[in-house]
Design a protein around this ligand. Structure first.
Ligand SMILES: C[C@H](CCC(=O)O)[C@H]1CC[C@H]2[C@@H]3CC[C@@H]4C[C@H](O[C@@H]5O[C@H](CO)[C@@H](O)[C@H](O)[C@H]5O)CC[C@]4(C)[C@H]3CC[C@]12C
Length: 943
């Protein structure tokens, strides 16, 4: 038996110091950057731990990062693979979680918190609520400040389509983040879930190795500890690929994993499957027999794996000329049982064998010897016995082929999981529409995946290619644009099927009938929800979705339309149940009529039926939610031309705007904030007229005028035109200070802070082509001056211009620390700001601003595939794997929208932004092909 004879210690040592600058060693350094030469080549940075006053330490030593191209670029990879992937050496130093500090220590107040402030009672109220929820009701807290998810810098591309559950693999190949029950994550590497290679020459096994750097305490009979320096990981969502050199064997394996995440596809994109295509290159002068064994535990490494009653059985399925074979692992829990299928494609020259069951807690020697003997598994017939309580079981499937001398072969394996029902509601998952809901779909799913993945890859290529091949776009951007999309599936996402014969309770109210296309849309495209964040478990948090919605409307517009219909239903409905809010301590009803809810509910409750899981503030008084609905309605219409949608949404827009008018307390055409944190910055107090909410208000009023015009509603058009006139004047008078719009008009010490998100209204207007000409809402010169000030102060004046834009900056160049959120950087806000800059012609500034966030998150902090909501300058972050960063797709929209104007080039990666911002104004983008929408920049038809 061969094997990797380098010990872990020598690998670990060489990770730190690149011999010869890393040139001689195969892919020796951890990287989270492109492999296309766009990287920085900077020395490793090891951020030190930081402690946040409220949520504790969250950042441990991070990965080191280099922007190095692997020797020969991606030449080792024989198929034409895109280069702009997040990539890393599998031999990289794993990230360690920070020291075990008290996460979310509620005894420590944030800086600037007033002892007598009503919310200083928040910790007591929160703790009482948390105790009742978690210890008495035995449910999970929608935000668990007592028990945060530990940071692990290990993640790579998740597996699976949209809304059927996801299994995330780490960049070292581990199966480590599990979301099969929607919205509920299990974090843990399952050791038995591995790929193992066996090489045979002249009838003798010459090499057998688990392709994992681990040296676990179970399955010691296996040959672990593959030297990760011989492998290199790349991720470009929804694909990832790892190139493995097999030391001493002159054989290169490349495993690429493909998930069906395909824009504008509403069938295959819903499938809970992934395919692993193993390309084998034999560099020898003699043939080699290659086996890839895929082993998998029955379960996700959670305590249920030991609950007993799980069993496995072999299967084979032939259909349409395709034959697949493998093992089904039936996971028989009382709620949400599921079946995993581990399968391989049988084709001429490929033999598929299996082992129905083995003990993953034992030494694994039997399995190892079985494979070692002849490169195949025993393939017993019949099902395994069911596990006893306390016992775990696993299975393995092996695909074997012979690769000719200097030749190349492919082995194709798949993983499918079939959990047709979810723990809330009565609806099944979207994929059951195509594969049935009896729980027996796993064989068909795996067969379908193996038969269709080539078509998926063609479609993914066609979608991504125009961006990847655009030499004017920096490589980091290409990685960010596609890799941030992981959250579309791995955001606790659920996509449900609404059958024709059943109507959920919340869709039965009288008002709902006025939404004439509600049922046709929901029945045709299903119901979609994703979490605010993996740590903030609320579905479709609407103030945040406002930012992320660009990804949805550009890539799966029907899901955005469906989501909006669901929000419209909640606007019409109410929930009169009283409850106490944790910040103010006041009691008010859960949901008022004619207001947009904060979220659609908690996955641990009944989402859609019980909305507003968030109980920090009473969001009936938030100023941004209603406006964000109106802004999205018109933006969606502008991009989709969906006239029935606009007609249905129009009365809802009118209702929420009427309700919003109560916030214009002085009748000057401009709403006022209420002196508490009454908007998405829910810990940053705002009082009186404000740049953020006032700006969103004016933009929404402008869109009301436009929609009224399109729909021929003259009366409403006049009404909102009048409000717009007055409101614009009030906004300029109360907030414009000659350089930018003040944070608010309260005259407080921090009123004059520079808010990075002050142009959010303009962002949406620009995205819908409503920022030009006579009817412009914000004077162009003011917008440009505000953006220039933000660039100068919040971006370049913060962390040397390398970390994006801080939310709030004082005019003297010191971050606004009046609240925890004013001194944070919100990645999703930064991408939105960058899009606004691009819309306004500040293309270089926009790219520089966004680049800071990408590099901080994906390179410096090692937070690939878990982009948080926020970080501070000193290595503190908040809320892992968050929705808002999907707003990067608005940068893409801005670039696409500029096609047709004069050409422009974003700066090459890491190029310094020229001193002034002036020279870039008026630059316009080069031809940027459409990656998001289908077809050219839209001009909505009039109705
Ligand atoms: C009670 C504290 C203030 C004490 C005082 O004034 O004296 C609060 C200070 C900081 C708060 C935490 C801030 C972060 C979390 C925010 C989260 O809400 C969600 O976050 C998004 C913003 O990132 C928002 O857009 C979204 O709509 C929200 O769902 C709520 C929990 C926080 C941990 C929050 C808790 C209160 C404070 C500690």
């Amino acid at each position: 038996m061969g094997g990797d004879d380098r010990d872990g210690a020598s690998c670990a040592h060489s990770r730190q110091t690149p011999p010869g600058g890393g040139q001689g060693c195969p892919w020796p350094y951890p990287q989270y950057t492109d492999t296309h030469g766009g990287g920085t080549g900077t020395a490793p940075a090891i951020p030190t731990a930081g402690r946040h006053p409220w949520w504790g330490d969250r950042v441990g030593p991070s990965l080191t990062h280099r922007g190095q191209t692997p020797p020969g670029g991606t030449q080792g990879c024989p198929w034409p693979y895109p280069h702009s992937a997040a990539s890393t050496s599998v031999g990289a130093q794993p990230g360690h979680p920070g020291p075990d500090l008290q996460q979310g220590d509620l005894r420590r107040a944030p800086p600037g918190s007033a002892v007598h402030h009503p919310s200083s009672w928040f910790p007591c109220r929160y703790f009482r609520w948390w105790y009742k929820k978690t210890c008495i009701e035995k449910k999970s807290a929608f935000i668990d400040l007592m028990c945060a998810v530990p940071l692990q810098q290990i993640y790579g591309c998740p597996l699976g389509g949209i809304g059927g559950g996801t299994i995330t693999r780490g960049w070292r190949g581990e199966f480590c983040r599990w979301q099969l029950n929607p919205g509920k994550y299990h974090y843990g590497t399952v050791i038995a879930d591995q790929f193992t290679v066996c090489l045979r020459r002249k009838g003798q096994t010459v090499y057998q190795q688990v392709l994992s750097v681990e040296k676990p305490s179970t399955l010691q009979g296996w040959n672990w500890g593959y030297c990760g320096h011989y492998a290199f990981y790349h991720a470009l969502y929804p694909r990832a690929w790892t190139v493995y050199e097999l030391p001493g064997q002159n054989v290169v394996l490349t495993c690429r994993q493909v998930s069906p995440v395909i824009p504008h596809d509403y069938k295959d994109s819903s499938l809970p499957v992934a395919v692993f295509i193993w390309e084998v290159e034999n560099g020898n002068e003699e043939p080699v027999e290659v086996s890839i064994m895929f082993s998998m535990q029955n379960g996700m490494g959670a305590k249920e794996d030991k609950s007993g009653g799980h069993w496995n059985e072999p299967f084979a399925l032939q259909e349409g000329g395709e034959r697949v074979a493998g093992v089904l692992l039936h996971h028989c829990t009382p709620t949400n049982p599921f079946t995993l299928a581990v399968a391989a494609r049988e084709k001429a020259g490929t033999v598929v064998t299996h082992l129905t069951a083995f003990d993953p807690a034992g030494s694994g020697r039997d399995v190892w010897q079985d494979l070692l003997q002849d490169g195949k598994l025993e393939s017993p017939t019949g099902e395994s016995r069911a596990t006893a309580k306390g016992e775990v079981t696993a299975a393995a499937v092996c695909a074997t082929c012979t690769v000719p001398a200097r030749g190349h072969q492919t082995l194709e394996l798949a993983l499918a999981w079939d959990m047709p029902r979810v723990h809330f509601g009565a609806l099944g998952r979207r994929y059951t529409r195509f594969f049935g809901s009896d729980g027996d779909a796993a064989p068909a799913l795996s067969r379908y995946a193996l038969a269709h993945y080539e078509e998926w890859e063609r479609k993914i290529d066609a979608w991504q290619k125009p961006v990847l091949e655009n030499s004017q776009l920096p490589s980091w951007y290409k990685s960010a644009l596609f890799n941030e999309l992981y959250f579309m599936t791995d955001g606790g996402t659920v996509w449900l099927e609404l059958p024709h014969d059943c109507l959920p309770q919340e869709l039965q109210g009288p008002g709902v009938a006025s939404l004439s296309h509600l049922l046709p849309v929901l029945r045709e495209y299903g119901r979609f929800a994703y979490l605010e964040g993996q740590e903030y478990r609320m579905y479709n948090t609407y103030d945040v979705h406002f930012y992320a919605s660009f990804a949805l409307v550009m890539l799966w517009p029907k899901l955005q339309i469906s989501l909006q219909y669901d929000i419209a239903v909640t606007v019409i409905n109410e929930d009169v149940e009283p409850r106490q809010y944790l910040m103010s301590g006041q009691t008010a009803q859960v949901k008022l009529k004619n207001v947009v809810p904060h979220d659609i509910g908690d996955p641990d409750d009944e989402p859609w039926q019980h909305v507003n899981a968030y109980l920090m503030h009473d969001t009936a008084n938030w100023k941004d939610l209603n406006l964000k609905f109106v802004l999205q309605v018109y933006r969606d219409y502008y991009l989709t031309h969906d006239a029935p949608y606009l007609r249905d949404m129009w009365p809802v827009c009118q209702a929420v705007m009427e309700s919003e008018l109560r916030f214009d307390t002085d009748n000057d055409g401009l709403i006022e904030n209420g002196g508490f944190a009454d908007q998405t910055y829910d810990a940053w107090v705002v009082n009186g007229a404000s740049a953020y909410c006032g700006g969103l208000w004016l933009a929404a009023v402008r869109m009301m005028c436009k929609m009224a015009e399109v729909l021929g509603d003259e009366e409403t058009q006049q009404k909102y035109s009048g409000i717009l006139q007055k409101g614009k004047e009030a906004f300029e008078r109360m907030l414009w200070n000659g350089k930018y719009y003040n944070y608010d008009s309260s005259g407080s010490d921090t009123s004059s802070s520079i808010m990075s998100d002050q142009c959010a209204g303009q962002w949406f207007l620009g995205a819908c082509g409503l920022d030009q000409g006579e009817l412009e809402v914000f004077p162009k010169s003011h917008v440009i001056s505000a953006l220039q000030t933000i660039f100068e102060k919040n971006v370049m004046g913060f962390a040397g211009g390398t970390m994006g834009a801080v939310n709030g900056m004082r005019p003297d160049g010191v971050p606004d620390t009046s609240s925890v959120q004013s001194s944070e950087v919100w990645i999703g806000v930064v991408y939105a700001l960058a899009a606004t800059m691009i819309q306004e012609g500040m293309v270089q500034e926009g790219f520089h601003t966004a680049e800071g966030c990408y590099r901080t998150v994906w390179e410096q902090l090692g937070m690939a595939f878990q982009t948080p909501e926020a970080y501070c300058e000193k290595k503190v972050y908040r809320s892992l794997a968050y929705m808002r960063p999907l707003s990067i797709w608005s940068m893409q929209l801005a670039l696409e929208s500029r096609v047709g104007r004069a050409p422009c080039a974003p700066p090459p990666s890491s190029s310094p932004v020229p001193g002034g911002t002036k020279q870039s104004i008026g630059d316009s983008p080069g031809p940027v092909a459409s990656a998001g929408r289908q077809g050219p920049c839209p001009v909505p038809p009039s109705l």
